[in-house]
Ligand binder design. Structure first.
Ligand SMILES: Cc1ncc(COP(=O)(O)O)c(C=O)c1O
Length: 383
């Protein structure tokens, strides 16, 4: 089905930060499978884990324990502020499950409160409920009427959250930095103010770290940079190097599902969890988040240099290796196409903005190469 405007390229191979098309052309990949290929394409440590696990046990029903699932859950819990994990298969499924968990909490402790406050410009996935949660009309309009139980308020505005809170509210759900919405960074004190408000009202804070988590922003999880701890956190994308996986993590007090209240056939299967364990262990052991932080600063400085040179660049923003460049007009698609011609893959996040989300293992050499291509492309546009 034609759900995405595809670029005219068929990719057949990937290694590190490079991919190749069917005619053997090589590209530098600053899209990274939409912020998934944290360790680059086909990282040997993940290949090894997937091959070994596929020869041992690929799927088991969740009525049984499996070793990869337990190992990955332990690693996540040991390295985050959360206590419990539920595995699923995608980001949308994780966000949707997080909302179910919050509703369950509302039923149990908040007199049946069920509403979740989310923000305009957010993105939480494509299921019907997550379309309602994601505060973007372009995703919502085609599916009206939407499921109820979501209030979309202005991002980065604590007063908007306060005024939307009622005795029906069970949670606030936010991306620490809005990714799909254009790499929108909050003010430094926003998340802390939201945390304080949630505590005051006894409601839950859900952080959707599907895009920001697993090192992308320069720390293992973005919440670490904002001095807050979520009650519930969702992960997917970078967790298993491209083998589909999602995860809901919760503090003990918010982990209120009883047996039978939620589930998944494939969620937490041994293959995906083995890939997830190998990915996460390698990210932690090799301080890949630190690399994302350092190389991200280098990338932002380089893009800032381009902004000085080309007045039609209005903004450069981001943290770690989640970065955007905004233009005064809607030229992002033509920049994407011109970069493609010069063998650089970048993402058009808005008609007037590009998003850069390369593998977290890249170095300054790859950044220089990307900046050189962008410079040439932008020069032709300027000329
Ligand atoms: C913050 C955030 N949440 C949820 C999702 C949905 O994830 P998936 O496409 O795996 O369902 C995305 C995907 O872009 C995302 O960026």
């Amino acid at each position: 089905m034609h759900t995405v405007e595809r670029l005219p390229v068929t990719l057949v191979k990937g290694q590190g930060a490079r991919v190749w098309d069917e005619d053997g052309r090589e590209y530098l990949d600053f899209v990274g499978g939409w912020a998934v290929n944290s360790l680059g394409h086909c990282p040997p440590v993940v290949i090894e884990a997937v091959v070994a696990q596929s020869q041992t046990l690929i799927q088991a029903s969740n009525q049984f324990y499996t070793i990869p699932q337990i190992r990955l859950a332990e690693l996540l819990v040991q390295n985050s502020c959360l206590d419990k994990v539920f595995f699923c298969n995608s980001g949308a499924e994780a966000s949707e499950g997080a909302v179910k968990l919050a509703r369950r909490y509302g039923q149990r402790y908040l007199g049946g409160a069920y509403e979740v406050i989310t923000t305009i410009g957010s993105f939480h996935g494509r299921t019907l409920a997550m379309v309602a949660a994601s505060g973007q009309p372009k995703f919502q309009q085609p599916y009206i009427p939407l499921p109820t139980g979501f209030v979309n308020v202005e991002y980065n505005n604590i007063e908007a959250i306060k005024s939307a809170t009622t005795n029906q509210t069970c949670a606030v759900m936010l991306e620490p930095v809005q990714g799909e919405g254009g790499v929108n960074l909050p003010d430094d004190n926003y998340l802390l103010a939201v945390r304080t408000w949630c505590d005051q009202k006894g409601i839950l804070l859900i952080l959707d770290e599907i895009q920001t988590g697993i090192g992308r922003m320069g720390t293992l999880f973005a919440y670490e940079q904002y001095g807050v701890e979520p009650d519930i956190m969702t992960l997917a994308k970078g967790l298993a190097s491209g083998i589909p996986i999602g995860a809901i993590l919760a503090k003990d007090r918010a982990s209120v599902f009883a047996p039978g209240e939620h589930g998944s056939t494939f969620g937490g299967n041994p293959l995906a969890c083995a890939a997830g364990y190998a990915t996460l262990k390698s990210i932690i052991d090799n301080d890949i988040a630190g690399n994302a932080r350092r190389v991200g600063q280098y990338l932002i400085a380089g893009l800032e240099g381009l902004r000085q040179k080309f007045p039609f660049i209005t903004d450069v923003r981001g943290r770690g290796l989640l970065v955007a460049m905004e233009f005064v007009s809607d030229i992002a698609q033509s920049v994407v196409m011109a970069c493609l011609d010069r063998r650089l893959l970048v993402n058009r996040v808005k008609p007037n903005a590009l998003r850069f989300m390369p593998p977290l293992i890249i170095g300054t050499k790859e950044v220089d190469e990307a900046l050189g291509i962008l410079d040439r492309v932008l020069s032709t546009i300027a000329g």
